[in-house]
Design a protein around this ligand. Structure first.
Ligand code: UGA
Length: 471
């Protein structure tokens, strides 16, 4: 019999990752045509943040030009061809292209001229020392400095080290000289990949940092146009806005490491971590979100921002204990996930056929940057395992990074002749796989569920040796 508390814990954990009901906000329905606001916006960068922001602003009624220096990408986007795997984004881009509220350009200098607000949303990847590589950001600043006017507002959306807005203002205003000051506003983004459009229209908060009141108000109005329901708007200093982004991501990473570590304790005690997490989360001071166990946290943001935060503290001469421990804890948890698989295949990966279900760093995205799935697969490969994999969206992105892995056409194909399966990404389709058929295809049915996605009782009924995390 399924334990009802366990079932509830699984449902809660799933919901914490994916809003169940799409866009409840009518403003976010691509078919809805918001009144024109008359505000002209330039969004620089058509990466994940830039493109979602450009689409969200256009959908809110602003007139947006999005600048992308990659000519092929800009041309594809201008044709409505959105290659990012992000729910509702292609529809929203296309609806606003048709309304002529959204356009794409490769020419930064000329695109900035007629705009009221310029948002910088270029990528700020990690540098080799774990700091932030501001090359793309600085290139944009250098061009802006040649064309910007004091009646325009520059908004920093990219995640940047504390103090960057102040430095950017100095850079821009050096060239403008005595004719006025260009206001620089910090407006960090808190969008999650896979629910980004939902998050854009249902923000938990909007943070606007800056010292020029008129500029800050302009940015607040820009975002308020996309809100059907009230959201706290925090007007603050640039430095606080910049730091909040790091503080939030490091805190989320800490919660994830906490629950992943707790799963090891639960394993040793033979109790279900889902039940503990669910019961803990009922305390409103704790809450239920970000308490679903996984193979380790990943993605393009949490690990990078954790590293940058640690590097910043080092520069400030602060000897942090907790943040480096989060990083270490995540590494150990990844190793624990590998150990679970080692356990079910008898200790040695050499020649073992491992079937991997999931490659993306989380479900509903094709992003494999810092994916924990790839990290554990790389260990299997390095120890001589033969790995076959399936992911509903991320196989093309993953293949160049793990060329030795055979990508399968279906999830069931992964099971064929596999010595063990390992479920690494919480795609809902894995929950409803024909597990009886998967069982038939395996010489010995063994599965490690690194997302605790499946019902242990159901899997055992199908004849699997089922191993979860902290179950
Ligand atoms: C994260 C933050 O959640 C966003 O608020 C922020 O805007 C974004 O980084 C950013 O800085 O741009 P994202 O990287 O899309 O968003 O991913 P999350 O949904 O936060 O997931 C991060 C990792 O934690 C994934 O590996 C995911 O599988 C894992 N996770 C998440 C769990 O293992 N359990 C959970 O309960 C939730």
């Amino acid at each position: 019999m399924d334990n009802p508390v366990s079932d509830h814990a699984r449902t809660e954990a799933g919901q914490s990752r994916m809003p169940a009901t799409g866009n409840a906000n009518w403003l976010a329905d691509p078919a809805h045509e918001a009144p024109v606001t008359g505000t002209r916006v330039c969004v620089i960068g058509a990466g994940f943040v830039g493109l979602v922001t450009a689409a969200g602003l256009a959908q809110s009624g602003h007139t947006v030009v999005c600048v992308e220096k990659n000519e092929q990408k800009a041309a594809e986007l201008a044709n409505g061809d959105v290659s990012l795997y992000e729910r509702d984004l292609p529809e929203m881009v296309n609806a606003n292209l048709r309304r002529k509220r959204l356009s794409f350009s490769t020419d930064l200098a000329s695109s900035v001229v007629d705009q009221d607000v310029i948002l910088v949303a270029v990528s700020t990847p990690p540098s080799s020392q774990g700091q932030v590589d501001l090359t793309a950001f600085d290139e944009v600043l250098a061009t802006l400095a040649t064309v910007i006017r004091p009646d325009q507002v520059v908004v920093i959306k990219s995640t940047v080290p504390v103090g960057t807005a102040r430095r950017a203002a100095e850079c821009l205003n050096r060239t403008i000289g005595k004719t006025g000051q260009v206001p620089v506003v910090s407006c960090p983004e808190f969008l999650r990949e896979s629910t980004a459009i939902y998050d854009y229209f249902h923000p938990a908060r909007i943070v606007v940092g800056g010292s020029n009141r008129e500029a800050v108000d302009r940015v607040v109005r820009l975002y308020r146009a996309g809100l059907a329901e009230a959201a706290p708007i925090v007007v603050t200093e640039n430095e606080i806005a910049e730091l909040v982004k790091y503080a939030a991501n490091v805190y989320l990473a800490m919660r994830l490491s906490y629950i992943n570590e707790l799963s090891a304790v639960c394993d040793a005690l033979h109790v279900a971590v889902g039940d503990v997490a669910y019961t803990m989360g009922l305390d409103r001071r704790i809450g239920s979100k970000y308490l679903a166990v996984g193979p380790g946290f990943g993605g393009s943001c949490l690990p990078k921002d954790l590293d940058a935060y640690i590097a910043m503290a080092e520069r400030l001469g602060i000897d942090l204990v907790l943040a480096p421990a989060i990083r270490e804890s995540n590494q150990r948890h990844l190793a624990r996930t590998v150990q679970k698989v080692r356990g079910v295949v008898g200790g040695d990966f050499k020649g073992k056929r491992i079937g991997a279900l999931g490659l993306a760093f989380k479900a509903h995205t094709h992003d494999v940057r810092s994916s924990p799935a790839l990290a554990v697969i790389q260990v299997f490969l390095s120890e001589g395992a033969v790995v076959r994999a399936f992911d509903p969206a991320a196989m093309a992105q993953a293949q160049p990074l793990i060329p030795q892995v055979t990508m399968c056409e279906t999830a069931l194909d992964v099971a064929t002749e596999a010595d063990a399966l390992v479920l690494l990404t919480e795609w809902p389709e894995f929950q409803v796989l024909d597990w009886a058929e998967a069982r038939r295809r395996m010489p010995e049915a063994r599965i490690v569920d690194a997302r605790n996605l499946l019902s242990p009782e159901m899997m055992r009924r199908h004849g699997f040796l089922y191993v979860g995390l902290g179950q």
